[in-house]
Design a protein around this ligand. Sequence first.
Ligand code: OFO
Length: 169
Amino acid sequence: MIDARLEEEFNEQINKELYSEYLYLAMKAYFQELNLQGFVNWFDVQVQEEHAHAMGMYDYLNERGGKVDLRAIDKPVVEGKTIIEIFEQVLRHEEFVTSRINHLADVADEVKDRAALHLLDWYIKEQVEEEASVGGVLATLRLIGEDKNALLQLDKDLAARTFVAPVIG
Ligand code: OFO
């Protein structure tokens, strides 16, 4: 049986992961308007990954005899007005999620839940990858500046990203 405090933290994090899915869906729409299909694809993969992250915790709560308690998902706010600003927001968001996952691991540590810590190790590694992947796109965007041809080349590169269902835990 899972500790009640940890159960609450997992439920809150399921909500944050579903919010991430929603936020990236909103950003995908921004790139659809610009007809940058590689960026659309990049966000589409991001959307699917966030859904998988939420479901990993959902399944885990069920497995551990916890109760899944779904909450309202906030309206996603795309703050950026330019492509770079959008990716800066993505990076800030991922850093926030990393801090949330670290907090969950702290709680799991406090209640001595080793199984949860093992699961959260996967999420900790995933966040390192997420931040690196977003940081990589952001660095390229900064190099590109106003060069439209280079932007179209990046769009082509991002079209190659594919979703691979993660094996969580
Ligand atoms: Fe779920 O990793 Fe992004 O938010």
